[in-house]
Design a protein around this ligand. Structure first.
Ligand code: IVH
Length: 643
């Protein structure tokens, strides 16, 4: 067995770490030939859990994050990768190997998925790509994606395509996740399909297996006939291939999904057969990747900037580089730990990338060079208090509060409550004059306080006080977000407000309660609990001054309001998903398991007829025997209730 030391593990970049985990996981499960001990493998996983708690890889393999989906599915034929090229020359070379038309389709940055439909055209299985040979069963979760039909007008056949998250949906989550793809990967592996549904994932089909179709074009037409969304595609020839690439590249910025290139395929399936496969990719297809999102440049220096949470973040100043049409001059280096792991030095050659054309990121160091090492400052660049390094992050240790951090905290508060007029200069004056020390002081400000400040007239002072008073009604979500706790950004604040409904409840939460929320993870849970306890004083002062609007969950009206349903056994009058929709339309909720709080367990008529009791039925009977008020009803009884 090879040994991996703690130091070696900590020196791995996120990408290398994930690569190692995949590699050793594969050795263990597929080759039954592990190279490292279980203990060391766990150390790799724990490290990943620490530095990237939302990594999709964790839910794929880490037992503690209990990806519930364990069932594996063997693909009917391998789900291969695509060969890649970056230049027109290479693309032309590829296209020389066959004759006839070429089918061009944007490459969607999502999750490859296989859907199986039976002879009646019913969806019977959905699976992830996994390692290409074996994937995970995601059938029930895939049923929650509206783009995936439960029934089509042909079968048996298989459809392959991409599950993805629309950018407009991702918008609400973007502060907590690196990209829509990672979030979609987590969303599709939820234990409770209703949770998957909440993420509103989408699907594009690009292949049909099992029917004698002559061209890619025909496949796309048929997919559309099945009401499966397809991405706009073009039939091209060797002369117009590059034009199509330019066309899709230009359209990219307007699309509501991320694309990272164009897939070109021999249009004729007959030609495809002649071309065949390598072990890695089909020879009849190639992905021409979009360029320009990444570029190599030089790190000139590192500046240190204090955030509102007193974290001192390294910001790299680079030689200007063009990335997705914009000039980039600086890049966040995230934290000291990461910066050191990358081995950055002044003068290092670095690869920068704007993922999906958005925030610039330093991906890796291409050549460290001989320049001076970058030493984290020993004192806060703003208030000069000593700095301290904790868990890869450098902090300003000021106990009374670093001025810069305080000002940013006040600015954050005003931004969240959408109170206009309080720019940097004014906040500085208010803070330096002791008029506003924490956010609760805003609500005590009087016109006369402002009039004492330089360059402040009566009209402006009145307007500013008016602005503050107009923002006294705060929703729970805004209230907790405005506190400025690092991990309580838009997305997590929204979830907390929705799940728990009242400030009192939120303040009583323990780390375990928060860890139970899928998107949180242990690091965020701890941050939130600690943050709320640290801000207790501010919270109390604020509630005396503002009007908190707590939206306790309102049950939707309908005759099934407050009632929960669970289905078991095959139904004869309709699909289970159809029945569930009907129940929900009347205000009922679909439960995820049999508990004493369940209202009805509905037994599909086939099960009811032959009285074959499955686990759910037996469990319900046990609970009823113990006094639970839940009822076991037949499909017919449900139909009566539905009216
Ligand atoms: S054709 C060999 N068309 O890219 C598979 N794939 O890097 C040929 N992908 O796993 C698939 N958009 O899931 C095809 N328009 C598109 C695609 C696409 C995204 C994915 C696919 C595959 C991966 C390969």
């Amino acid at each position: 067995m090879k040994k991996i030391s703690k130091a070696e593990i900590e020196a791995l970049s996120l990408e290398e770490l994930e690569k190692q985990i995949r590699h050793h996981n594969q050795l263990y499960f597929e080759k039954a030939a592990p190279e490292i001990s279980d203990y060391d493998f766990d150390q790799l996983l724990l490290r990943l859990k620490k530095i990237s708690p939302s990594s999709a890889l964790l839910s794929e393999i880490y037992p503690d994050t209990s990806s519930p989906i364990k069932k594996t599915i063997s693909h009917s034929s391998p789900m291969l990768s695509l060969d890649k090229c970056y230049e027109e020359k290479e693309l032309l070379k590829w296209a020389e190997k066959f004759e006839g038309d070429i089918w061009a389709t944007p490459k969607i940055d999502g999750l490859a998925t296989e859907l199986r439909y039976n002879e009646e055209g019913r969806l019977i299985l959905a699976a992830t790509r996994g390692d290409g040979i074996v994937g995970e069963d995601i059938t029930e979760n895939a049923r929650m994606i509206l783009d995936i039909p439960q029934k089509i007008s042909a079968g048996p056949l298989e459809i392959r395509g991409e599950i993805y998250m629309r950018l407009s949906i991702f918008e609400a989550y973007k502060e907590g996740f690196a990209n829509p793809r990672n979030l979609a990967a987590g969303a599709i592996k939820q234990k409770n399909p209703k949770k998957t549904k909440a993420y509103q994932l989408s699907f594009f089909g690009y292949d049909i297996l099992g029917l004698p179709l002559k061209t890619e074009e025909e496949k796309f037409k048929l997919l559309q006939k099945f009401s499966i969304p397809t991405v706009e595609s073009k039939k091209v020839n060797r002369k117009t291939m590059h034009e199509a690439y330019e066309y899709f590249l230009a359209k990219r910025a307007q699309e509501d999904f991320e694309t990272d290139g164009v897939v070109f395929k021999a249009n004729s399936t007959e030609e495809q057969k002649h071309l065949g496969f390598t072990a890695h990719h089909p020879r009849y297809a190639i992905a021409y990747k979009f360029q320009g999102d990444s570029g190599v440049t030089t790190l000139k220096e590192v500046e240190w900037s204090v955030s509102r949470t007193q974290v001192i973040t390294p910001v790299g100043i680079v030689e200007p580089v063009q990335l997705s049409g914009a000039t980039v001059r600086h890049v966040s280096l995230h934290n000291v730990g990461l910066m050191q792991k990358l081995g950055l030095r002044v003068g290092s050659k670095v690869l920068m990338m704007r993922r999906g054309g958005v925030i610039p990121n330093l991906e890796n160091v291409i050549e460290a060079g001989e320049g001076p090492e970058i030493v984290p400052p020993s004192h806060c660049p703003s208030c000069h208090a000593a700095t301290e390094l904790r868990d890869d992050f450098l902090y300003c240790s000021s106990k009374t509060g670093c001025r810069r951090a305080k000002l940013l905290e006040l600015e954050h508060f005003m931004k969240v409550i959408e109170c206009d007029g309080f720019g940097e200069k004014l906040l500085e004056k208010l803070y330096d004059n002791g008029l506003v020390v924490d956010a609760s002081d805003f609500f005590d400000l009087k016109i006369s306080d402002l009039l004492d400040l330089e360059r402040m007239g009566e009209t402006l002072a009145e307007k500013l006080i008016g602005n503050i008073q107009a923002k006294k009604n705060l929703t729970l979500e805004k209230f907790i977000r405005a506190l400025g706790i690092r991990e309580l950004a838009k997305h997590s604040a929204k979830i907390l407000a929705k799940e728990f409904g009242s400030l009192k409840k939120i303040l009583s939460l323990q780390e375990e309660d928060l860890e139970a929320i899928h998107t949180f993870g242990p690091v965020i849970a701890r941050e939130v609990v600690e943050g709320l306890s640290r801000k207790r004083g501010l919270i109390e002062r604020l509630i005396e001054r503002v009007q908190l609007i707590e939206m306790l969950p309102v049950p939707s009206p309908g005759k099934f309001s407050g009632k929960t349903f669970l289905f078991t056994g095959k139904m004869s009058s309709m699909d289970r998903s159809e029945a569930e929709k009907k129940v929900e339309a009347l205000g009922g909720e679909i439960a995820s398991g049999v508990t004493k709080d369940l209202t009805y367990l509905v037994i599909g008529s086939e099960g009811y007829a032959n009285r074959e009791k499955g686990n759910k039925w037996l469990k319900a009977e046990t609970l009823i025997a113990k006094g639970a008020s839940l009822q076991i009803i037949s499909e017919e009884e449900l139909l009566e209730k539905l009216g």
